[in-house]
Design a protein around this ligand. Structure first.
Ligand SMILES: NC(=O)c1ccc[n+]([C@@H]2O[C@H](COP(=O)([O-])OP(=O)(O)OC[C@H]3O[C@@H](n4cnc5c(N)ncnc54)[C@H](OP(=O)(O)O)[C@@H]3O)[C@@H](O)[C@H]2O)c1
Length: 298
């Protein structure tokens, strides 16, 4: 019997993201139901409420989506959801808070491709600076880049304190080293990019993070990528649809937000479709997003 596919969408915030609702329905779920103000301690109850209402063979037709704007919390919720399963009563789970897992995956996958194509280099050992690192996309970008062996610096726009705490939490959760840096003045940011080969910008929409002059003074730059599609560009001079073209005043190539967004969109849609088509329940986080984004990135 063909069963309806149902996606329960949980967020700790006041609203479920309309973007994610649209993506899930367009990917093919028959019904998506938002749950707001969900705390970590609610997740187990909601999962068990869902798993016992359908026979075990309908588990694959039932999914949980974890949203919000906090990557560590979404990962904790994913763990709580997995722990709440009672085999053979199991359902699928996918975490992508604020689209950050799929966005970060798409950015790193695009940069990885550009690095090989234009510079015959890989991310392993490359000096990477992540701007907007206190945000949910920046956090996940730093973790994925570090997992590939990059030497990652996370830059704080308001000083070093918060990025130092984030570096410690990444060390504790993933056993990965990322270095915090103070990027609270233009001079400090100039000094950071001078020692950087790859800039990954994930700052607030409509905020310029680096100027042409700062980029021009960074002789070792290889690739510069930005996810902000709202003018002004996060990276001055980087076109929204740049896809490996040389960036003015530098030796680096640029990857713009719409080129990244194209892969992000396909990655999120693809993971929803994998949930729908799965023969056994699946659990997806940023690692699965990156695996798929790597296949999709050109
Ligand atoms: N291209 C795509 O497909 C795609 C998809 C999703 C998101 N995005 C974009 O990705 C970016 C990051 O998203 P997010 O959800 O992580 O955003 P966010 O929560 O707004 O945070 C972005 C980061 O920017 C920082 N920031 C705030 N004001 C700043 C300033 N004046 N200078 C430098 N940094 C500043 C934030 O610091 P605080 O911690 O102090 O707030 C945070 O670290 C946004 O531009 C968003 O539009 C793109």
């Amino acid at each position: 019997m063909s069963r309806k596919t149902i996606l329960h969408m949980l967020t700790p915030l006041q609203h479920m993201s309309p973007f994610d609702v649209n993506m899930a329905l367009d990917a093919g779920f028959d019904a998506v139901i938002p749950y707001t103000d969900v705390s970590l301690s609610d997740v187990g109850h909601l999962v068990q409420d869902a798993i016992f209402s359908r026979p075990p063979d309908a588990g694959v037709a039932t999914g949980i989506f974890l949203a919000g704007k906090d990557a560590p919390l979404a990962l904790d919720m994913l763990d709580a959801a997995k722990k709440a399963m009672v085999p053979p009563f199991e359902i699928s789970v996918f975490a992508d808070p604020a689209g950050s897992f799929t966005t970060a995956a798409a950015m790193v996958a695009k940069v990885e491709k550009a690095l090989v194509k234009h510079h015959d280099r890989e991310l392993n050992g490359a000096a990477v600076a992540v701007f907007g690192a206190t945000g949910v996309v920046g956090y996940c970008t730093a973790v994925i880049a570090a997992s590939l062996g990059a030497k990652v610096t996370i830059v704080g726009h308001d000083g070093i304190e918060r990025v130092t705490e984030i570096a410690a939490s990444i060390q504790q959760r993933f056993d990965m080293n990322v270095e915090p840096a103070d990027g609270s003045t233009e001079a400090l940011k100039t000094a950071i990019v001078r020692d950087t080969e790859i800039v990954l910008a994930a700052a607030k929409a409509g905020v310029q993070v680096l100027s042409k002059a700062q980029l021009g003074s960074a002789g070792g730059l290889l690739v510069v990528a930005d996810v902000n599609a709202v003018p002004p560009a996060g990276i001055e001079g980087l076109k929204v649809n740049a896809n490996g073209e040389q960036l003015d005043a530098t030796q680096a190539v640029g990857i713009g937000p719409l080129s990244i967004g194209n892969v992000k969109y396909k990655t999120q849609a693809g993971l929803f479709q994998k949930m729908i088509e799965a023969k056994k329940p699946v659990a997806f986080d940023f690692r699965d997003a990156f695996t798929l984004a790597r296949d999709l990135a050109k």
